[in-house]
Ligand binder design. Structure first.
Ligand code: GLU
Length: 555
């Protein structure tokens, strides 16, 4: 028993692709078979090596290991290798040529020399007569001598499969059987004019020669399966078991596509009435071209910088988006499995080992799954909260090293550990700490305060006001020799008892605003300890100066 995942590496691994890989992997484990990975890179225009490597990394990150396929090593992970390679289709052209020539020799495929214009004219004629277009087999009418002469002359040609007449029945383990009536499959191209095999031909040859017995793949390939079955019969191949998986879509039923990112950014740009790109995000020309044409997509770098500048969160679509956003791979794997498979009962939380033990085709869901990010976030929160403190800190550190090197370099190890530990309780993702604590990175002299309602309330409300409290606390903090969480807690609690009727919040919030510029930071003693004495005092001083200079805030 052997399953496979066969991505075409253009761009990034989409969650839908990741789920297909997961199901193939789990099914192979469950039936004690093996799982093969093949890179379908015959579309040279769209494939890239960088994308292939990205795909391998994403799969490995999710914990999906392939027994056979491109070799991959990263830390303690080693996957791939095998005797049926190479596993990149671009390196298998001779294999395809051999099988293709055999079909031509046997009269089951033929050369066709129609030019694109001729084909277009035939299509238009069909349309004008109100019938559906099928290739008219012009290539098949040529005598063998003519074909040879054309080939010798170097006329551009494709090879077409001589599709047998008759209905084709696709037996699908998830969707059930479906029969395509006779005449639905026409003589499709199996070798393109550039000499490369088409997807249909390469996939059929590879599945046979690589010994694939089970094909679990996206539903968009369902109709292709009819072509594949006919090719298998013509080539004398075995027929694998097929199961097609319904797509994953957004909660509103739309397709989860990378265009969703552009959509969110366009809305934010429009809402703010921006006519030029925010400073440092991209060139004016790139921005203008993007604004002018709704079909233009920003590349990921530009999209991320713009999202940062506009303070919007991009929707995650690809596996590396989720990684960057700080989701745990074990949570994403759990969630992907739930989107399209049910383990039975109302069980929702499980790990990869469980999926590998339990995954089965009868419980694959036939209808499209709706990807609920809010629920995923809740799963991630639960998993992070269930983690021991040290494990959390380690994972935040690894995340920071990968995605926030500037942040990590800026903090000492002690500061980092304090901040990470203090952030644990409220973290929904590994990224939250970095996104919500930018105040740590801001130089003391650059910290700015905004005159917003909550800031005003905390600083000027009550009597004594927050600003009065800050002024009174200043010398006490300046005298504190031992700048540690317990000592800070002791003096500030004492202060609150003496000056704020024991209400810690009445001093904690003005302090938080003074040192962070905003109303959100970890617990106040942790916040001050992370910042250190010098920065804390300087920030309080500057905040009081700012308040004095702002009309109405002078308190
Ligand atoms: N390479 C195809 C794709 O990425 C999948 C081929 C298959 O699973 O048969 O859509």
């Amino acid at each position: 028993m052997k399953t496979r995942f066969a991505p075409s590496p253009s761009g990034h691994l989409h969650v839908g692709g990741a789920r297909t890989a997961l199901f193939n992997f789990a099914y192979a484990r469950r039936l004690e078979g093996s799982f093969l990975l093949r890179i379908e890179d015959t579309d040279q225009k769209r494939s890239s090596d960088a994308a292939s490597i990205g795909f391998l990394k994403d799969l490995a990150w999710l914990g999906i290991r392939w027994d056979e396929g491109p070799e991959f090593a990263d830390g303690h992970v080693h996957c791939g290798g095998g005797k049926a390679g190479p596993y990149f289709q671009s390196e298998r052209l001779e294999v395809y040529a051999d099988e293709l020539n055999r079909l031509v020799r046997e009269g089951k495929a033929y050369h066709a020399f129609d030019t694109p214009d001729e084909l277009e004219a035939k299509r238009q004629a069909a349309r004008a007569e109100g019938r559906s277009y099928r290739y008219d087999r012009a290539g098949l009418m040529l005598s063998p001598d003519t074909v040879q002469r054309y080939l010798d002359e170097g006329r551009p040609s494709v090879v077409r499969f001589k599709a047998p007449e008759g209905p084709v029945t696709i037996a699908d383990e998830v969707l059930g059987s479906a029969t395509l009536p006779a005449g639905e499959v026409d003589d499709f191209v199996i070798r393109k004019a550039d000499g490369y095999p088409t997807y249909h031909f390469a996939v059929v040859v590879d599945d046979e020669l690589m010994g694939v017995t089970h094909v679990l793949r996206a539903q968009e390939h369902f109709n292709n399966t009819a072509k594949h079955i006919l090719l298998q019969d013509a080539l004398g191949y075995r027929r694998p078991v097929y199961a097609h998986l319904a797509i994953i879509c957004n909660p509103d039923g739309s397709k989860m596509s990378k265009r969703d990112k552009d959509r969110i950014l366009r809305a934010a740009v429009k809402e703010r009435g921006l006519e030029a790109p925010p400073h440092g995000t991209m060139d004016d020309a790139v921005f203008e071209a993007w604004v002018a044409d709704k079909n233009v997509q920003l590349d990921l770098e530009h999209a991320m910088r713009l999202a940062d500048a506009l303070d919007v969160q991009l929707p995650e679509i690809n596996v590396d988006d989720f990684r960057r956003s700080g989701y745990l791979p074990e949570v994403l794997v759990n969630f992907l499995a739930l989107n399209g498979w049910s383990p039975g009962g109302d069980r929702e939380k499980f790990d990869l080992a469980f999926i590998c033990r339990e995954f089965d085709l009868p419980r694959v869901i036939k209808t499209p799954a709706r990807f609920d990010r809010t629920k995923l976030l809740a799963f991630n929160l639960d998993a992070l909260q269930a983690m021991p403190r040290e494990a959390f800190v380690d994972r935040v550190r690894a995340h920071g090293d990968e995605f926030h090197p500037f942040f990590m370099e800026h903090l000492s190890e002690a500061q980092f550990e304090l901040l990470a530990a203090a952030s644990h309780e409220r973290s929904k993702t590994l990224d939250d700490m970095f996104r919500t604590n930018r105040w740590v990175l801001t130089p003391d002299e650059k910290l700015a305060w905004e005159d917003t309602k909550p800031v005003r309330k905390a600083l000027t409300g009550g009597g004594p006001t927050g600003l009065d409290q800050l002024r009174a606390l200043q010398p006490i903090l300046a005298d504190l020799a031992d700048w540690t969480v317990p000592e800070l807690e002791r003096v500030i609690t004492e202060f609150a008892q003496a000056h704020a009727g024991g209400q810690l919040g009445r001093i904690a919030q003005p302090l938080r605003i003074a040192v962070s510029g905003g109303t959100v930071s970890p617990a106040i003693f942790d916040t001050l300890a992370i910042l250190g004495k010098k920065s804390t005092l300087r920030r309080i001083e500057r905040c009081l100066e700012w308040a004095a200079a702002s009309a109405g805030l002078a308190g």
